[in-house]
Design a protein around this ligand. Structure first.
Ligand code: PAF
Length: 278
């Protein structure tokens, strides 16, 4: 595995790869890698053997008072995991290299970007899209892999990529869960043992919503009833959205929908979702 820390070095590495006619798959991450990230890499490898992973904790997608400073930075463990799994290139740019002194947002997540996670975290999605666009420009991959856990991120990245990177295929990999159902997340390491037990109830509520989905309203109500049983999880929202538009669905809807839950457990904001077909 080559580790490159600048766009110049990355270009030198990847131009040679393109000249050999190899396609590139890309997995952007913020590090603190866990099994969920490794499953994204395995998914990338199903498309092409040449996989680039980036690790960059993007200041622009964290709001004031969020966990940018304390976000886990575990580069040595991460590098060892990537060596083990057999990634081709690890890209760890500096803020200066990626933003070149211009920390302004260059992408807008629009109307959907202001809802759900965007309502709780203003500017988060503009900052996320800005860095993802910069990373796509730097890596110029054929495939980019994202995890289904961040459903709204996936929707917005697909929308941006369709406009700005029409040749790029966005691949979505299923959420990896603990045996108890908790979706893997780098932020799970903030949870105490007691928080962990509470957090498990989020995926339980999603499964109950899915199992009682005679109508959209029934699915939302049963997930809400389940969440009410764990008041230690401070519920932010439960929403049911059209998987193709991310607009809220109402009774009478047919097609693929996504049931979303966000809740704060202890000090940690957790999100999860499940797909339901009506
Ligand atoms: O999902 C993440 O880890 C981040 O939002 C991403 C896509 C790496 C952009 O910083």
């Amino acid at each position: 595995m080559q580790r490159v820390t600048s766009i110049n070095e990355l270009n030198a590495e990847l131009d040679a790869v393109r000249e050999r006619g190899l396609e590139i798959a890309f997995v952007p991450t913020m590090g603190a890698l866990h099994e969920g990230h490794l499953s994204l890499i395995n998914e990338a490898r199903r498309h092409t053997p040449f996989v680039v992973v980036s690790i960059f904790v993007n200041p622009l997608q964290f709001g004031a008072g969020e966990d940018f400073e304390k976000y886990p930075r575990t580069i040595e463990e991460d590098t060892a995991k990537l060596e083990d799994i057999g990634v081709s290139v690890l890209f760890t740019p500096t803020v200066n290299d990626l933003y070149r002194g211009n920390m302004n947002v260059s992408e807008s997540a629009g109307h959907i970007g202001a809802l759900y996670e965007g309502a709780a975290r203003p500017d988060h999605f503009d900052g996320m899209l800005t860095v993802v666009a910069k990373l796509f420009e730097a890596v110029r991959p054929k495939y980019a892999v994202f995890g289904a856990k961040d459903a709204q991120q996936v929707f917005l990245v697909k929308q941006m990529a369709a406009q700005k990177f029409p040749e790029l295929e966005i691949v979505v990999a299923p959420t990896v869960r603990e045996a108890n159902g908790l979706a893997l997340s780098s932020r799970n390491r903030y949870l105490s043992e007691a928080d962990h037990k509470v957090a498990e109830q989020i995926s339980a509520a999603l499964r109950i919503g899915q199992a009682t989905s005679s109508t959209p309203q029934a699915a939302i109500e049963s997930a809400r009833t389940q969440m009410a049983k764990v008041p230690e999880a401070k519920l932010d929202y439960i929403a049911l959205v059209d998987a193709d538009t991310f607009e809220a669905v109402t009774d009478g809807f047919t097609g693929r929908a996504i049931l979303l839950i966000a809740a704060v457990v202890g000090e940690t904001r957790l999100i999860d979702n499940i797909e339901i077909t009506f």
